[in-house]
Structure formats: C-alpha cells, structure tokens
Design a protein around this ligand. Structure first.
Ligand SMILES: N[C@H](CCC[C@H](N)C(=O)O)C(=O)O
Length: 279
C-alpha cells in the first residue's frame, strides 16, 4: 500500500503527520519504526495521526506516538502542527478548532502572524495526577534520591507527566546523563518527561527537555508549559514567559492554579511524501 505523510516541525520538534480522517490508520510497531527511525525510515520525534471527531463539539481527534512507539496523550508542539496541517489540507477553514487526545481536549487558534495559540488545559498538580509516587517533601518542590544524589524538582501533568529541575545553565546541564535515569525512575509509574530549566528573569527562561519515548528534542511544548507552571508555583516567574528552547521560542501564559495554560509558537510543513508499505 502507498502511505502518504507530511513532515512537519514546531520549533524543531519534528513530526510525521498522517491524515486518517477518511480512512482508519492502525499503525503497527514495525510501521511506526519505519516512520520514526532517522536512518532506516523517515525520521521524527513523534507520529501524529489525525482522525475524524468522536464527539459533536470536537473538530478532530488525534493520536500521538513517540519515537519508541509508545502512545501518549499530549504533544504541545504537535498540536500546533495539527492546526497548520488541517488548514493547509483544507480539512477545516475555521480559525479556531477543538481537538481531543486520549487525555486532553485542546483549543487551537491560528494567529495572523502565522503562529498558533493553544489552550493546553488546566495543569494537574496533585502527585497522583502526574503520576508521581515518590516521597513528596514539600509540594511544589519534591525530592527523591537518584543513585545517592538528592534531587529537587517540580512535578506537573499537562495531560502527560513532567518533572522540572532548575539548573544554573542549560548548556551545561546533565541532560543526557540525568534525563534517562529520572525518566525511568520507579517514582514515576508512567515514566516522565524531564525538563532542565534556567530562569533568566520573571519573563524569560531557557529550557531543554529529555522526552519520554524520544530522548532530548529541540523543543517540548508541554514541557515548556510544565516548566512555567513549576516556576510560577515556586514564585519565580510571571504570568507570561518567553521560553527559549534549542529549536526556537515559545510563549507560555498561566494566570495561576485552576486556570488553563496557553502556549503560542510556530508550526511549519517541511515536505510531503509517500511510503510503500506492505498491507
Ligand atoms: N514525549 C512526550 C510526548 C510529546 C511531547 C512533546 N513533543 C510536546 O511538544 O509536548 C510524552 O511521552 O509525554
């Protein structure tokens, strides 16, 4: 069979996008590997599958698969790419659409300057919602021992789990060493995305994220949201924060507990392609 796909990215976090609005797409582990592997396949951080809505107040459903094939319920950068995709393919002419994943309902708005603004929903802060089962020292700053090393971090769910560690310099942060070890720590029963946050002011931070199921990416939209939520809970950040990531800049807004987080940033189509794949 011929499988059409679109290669996209949001601030360097890259995606293979499949239009399954007219015919179901059931990705097997082998096909997901072909789509995500950067040597033996197309290559991406996540595969996004756009589906027809399953509820009257929803425009599209969408499924998210990490590079390791795991299916998850949130992808901030991917949501912006989805908004661009449906517009470019004429699947919707609305400026604002509502989409549903397995864990979240999101509102995506096309802005006149070409960026996309996403209502990422209300962050979930209780440890059980992250989920995080470690000894919660004093929320919103948690502690655990990792190979004898005491770690302090914030823990936030944006519909997917995030741990946020403050570091003095993201460029020198032990992302490759500490990221995978914390990602798989037993205190995170669903594993965790690990953010390394450098606070430069109340309205500007730098962030690197070691993502669950993908490793370090050039940007993590839900990770940027989680980092600003954690920073605000530590009373270190204002309501509107520019988050500098390796692939570009995201703007995150959060008015405080019980309020939704808004993320604004770019989305680009790189190319479309076709893949021959046995039925
Ligand atoms: N690795 C994440 C999914 C992708 C999130 C990220 N690409 C974003 O933009 O939010 C997880 O396993 O929860």
């Amino acid at each position: 069979m011929k499988l059409s796909f679109t290669k996209m990215h949001g601030a360097g976090n890259d995606f293979v996008v499949i239009d399954a609005t007219r015919a179901p797409f059931r990705p097997t582990p082998a096909l997901l590997h072909k789509l995500t592997d950067r040597r033996f396949g197309v290559g991406c951080d996540q595969v996004l599958v756009i589906e027809a809505p399953t509820a009257p107040d929803i425009d599209f459903n969408y499924r998210i698969f990490n590079a390791d094939g795991s299916e998850v319920g949130q992808c901030g950068n991917g949501s912006r790419a989805l908004a661009r995709f449906v517009r470019e393919r004429g699947l919707s002419d609305k400026d604002s659409i509502r989409v549903r994943t397995s864990t979240s309902t999101l509102e995506l708005r096309q802005l006149p300057d070409g960026r996309v603004r996403v209502n990422m929903g209300v962050p979930r802060l209780a440890p059980a919602q992250v989920p995080f089962t470690g000894a919660a020292a004093q929320a919103p700053l948690y502690r655990l021992e990792l190979d004898g090393q005491p770690l302090e971090f914030g823990a936030v769910s944006m519909g997917n789990p995030h741990a946020v560690l403050e570091v003095p310099d993201v460029d020198a942060a032990p992302v490759g060493e500490l990221g995978p070890r914390l990602q798989r720590h037993r205190a995170f029963p669903e594993q965790v995305n690990v953010g390394f946050l450098q606070i430069q002011g109340r309205d500007h931070v730098r962030l690197r994220v070691y993502e669950r199921g993908a490793g370090e990416t050039l940007a993590c939209g839900s990770g940027a949201c989680a980092a600003v939520v954690a920073g605000r809970l530590w009373d270190r950040l204002g309501e509107k924060v520019d988050v500098e990531v390796r692939g570009g800049m995201l703007t995150i807004e959060w008015a405080g507990e019980g309020q939704p987080v808004y993320m604004t940033g770019p989305a680009e189509t790189v190319f479309t392609g076709e893949l021959e794949w046995p039925n």
